[in-house]
Design a protein around this ligand. Sequence first.
Ligand code: GDP
Ligand code: MN
Length: 378
Amino acid sequence: MNLHEYQAKEIFRDHGIPVPPGKVVTSAEEAASAAREFGGMVVVKAQVHSGGRGKAGGVKLARSPEEAAEHASNILGMDIKGLTVEKVLVTPAEDIASEAYVGVLVDRVTQAPMFMVSSEGGVDIEEVAHTNPDAIRKLSVDPRYGLLPHQAYWLANSLYDDPKQIKQAAKIMGQLYRSFQAAGASMAEINPLIVTPEGEVKAIDAKVSIDDNELFRKPDVEAMRDSSDEPQAEIDAREAGLTFIKLDGDVGCCVNGAGLAMATMDLVKYYGGEPANFLDIGGSSNPEKVVNALRIITSDPAVKVILFNIFGGITRTDDVANGIVEATRQIDIGVPIVIRLTGTNEEEALKILEREGFSAYTSMDEVVEKAVELAHQN
Ligand code: GDP
Ligand code: MN
């Protein structure tokens, strides 16, 4: 889950990182009055789940409340990388002497948080990594001890020469690490971390992504969710306790277990088809889940066939079969369903399905081949 800049800044502020104040608004008039409140120059910034807003024209300096209103009305409704801007942040403009990059993310290779810092801030870190990799200093953090003070100084040392700035930056690194941990983040980034002409170090941009698996124990972070740019089907699936990702093909997939779901999608591809979605109904065999899953899959007009692939371990396949029967009574499916069930209570499940006129398979290859064939026919 991605946070908006203003939300990430709230978390940073709570942990003591120097962040300029700001106001989130949804209209030009409100932008003008926020600018009036702050006095002087302000920056009007698009709040969308995307980086590179500056380049896209979503970050604008305003010299007066009138100009702030003008920028706000241009930025609100703007399309940035396919996302529509619905909110802008109005924040006092800072004078900038230098821009640095400071970020921490979960690194797959070391399986630990990794800091990346660079004195070349304000631009994409990927770009710096490509053109000037030596300008990035990296440090892997042992999560048992967190970021130790000498490590924070070692990182800060690569950014600045002035001891006062190094000291401020080292403190901010520690605060950033604590923000990252407290929010259950997979990534937390300040780009740019600026030095003002007076020598003050501040964060003027903030980007945080949350690990979805942390959300159940962080209700205050979950409350920051903005679903406005998520596909409706994914929102419905989350509310129904299903893991669902919409894809571009026409074979609707309903599978239990993430590993089996991946293997099923691979097999669909192998037989020349294209999966319409990834859907994991999870380990429980609650028929209600199956009904919800079918409702979500059939809401996609691209779906030409629905493929069930269920391996009954803890899941009772007769429950799934009852769920399928129940769903077809409640909703008009409109496309063929092919089913493969195997495992716990398989014989009963197959009887239930055959009684209702479904073709049920026990071989995964056969059922996938059949599903792809039907998708091509329809
Ligand atoms: P991003 O493009 O989405 O990363 O948005 P940023 O908040 O990082 O802004 C992009 C760039 O705009 C920064 O790197 C700065 O150069 C500039 N900028 C943003 N805020 C200010 C500000 O308060 N004062 C000045 N002078 N420039 C700013
Ligand atoms: Mn930025």
